[in-house]
Design a protein around this ligand. Structure first.
Ligand code: 5GP
Length: 222
């Protein structure tokens, strides 16, 4: 049986990478897509592990060859999902995880209506700021740029069927697993799931997004 395509989005620096690693440690049958990007590696990042780091020309050539499942521009750089890895792993029955931003997620939603889309977020805007500035792998200016971007991205939260609150890594990974495996459904919010909070109600998602974005604006104007 073909594996599922799973899109996980979230604010940059909000800890979704950690949640994905935990999900893969605790459950078999997953493959994580390694994206291609034109941004510079950060300290500690290795080519082929976090990303395939390439020059603009290489990226643009692969666009021409239709080598991406999706691609997008984000803070001055290209990011994209190489098509071959995803197709091979899904055919082999593995669930493929894409850790991508909103524009790419919307492309996947169009092309793959069966894909599962989840947005993972820290519980509050202040917590996002603390996580972004706490990581110290890039300049304050860049961290501010990511916060600004997050204030815009928050408005896309309602586009995702699942909003998962990342208060605790284990709980959040469990929630993701229950959504992906189909053990939890929006119709049965009190079903067999144990884990972090999952919000699927459109009005609740919108309220969360509005509050989060407004708080971020306040933080940015301080
Ligand atoms: P970062 O530079 O912090 O690693 O990533 C910036 C943003 O790009 C994150 O939101 C990340 O999820 C997203 N991203 C990473 N790879 C891809 C990709 O292949 N496609 C798209 N559309 N976004 C990606």
């Amino acid at each position: 049986m073909e594996g599922k395509l799973v899109v996980i989005s979230g604010f940059s620096g909000a800890g979704k990478g950690t949640v994905i690693r935990r999900l893969m440690e605790q459950n078999k049958g997953y493959a994580l897509s390694v994206s291609m990007t034109t941004r510079q590696p950060r300290k500690g990042e290795t080519d082929g592990v976090e990303y395939h780091f390439v020059k603009n020309e290489v990226f643009e050539e692969l666009i021409r060859q239709d080598g991406f499942l999706e691609h997008a521009g984000y803070v001055d750089h290209y990011y994209g999902t190489p098509r071959a890895f995803v197709e091979e792993n899904m055919a082999a029955g593995r669930n493929v995880l894409l850790e991508i931003e909103v524009q790419g997620a919307m492309q996947i939603r169009e092309k793959y209506p069966d894909a599962i889309l989840a947005f993972v977020t820290p519980p509050t805007a202040q917590e996002l700021k603390n996580r972004l500035f706490g990581r110290k792998t890039e300049s304050e200016e860049k961290a501010m740029g990511r916060l600004r971007r997050a204030a815009e991205e928050a408005f896309s939260i309602p586009e995702y069927p699942y909003l998962i609150i990342n208060e605790d890594v284990d709980a959040c990974a469990q929630s993701l697993q229950s959504v992906i495996s189909g053990a939890w459904t929006p119709q049965e919010p009190d079903g067999p799931h144990i884990g972090g909070e999952i919000i699927t109600d459109p009005a609740e998602k919108e309220a969360f997004a509005r509050t989060f974005s407004a708080r971020l604006e306040e933080i940015l104007s301080q």
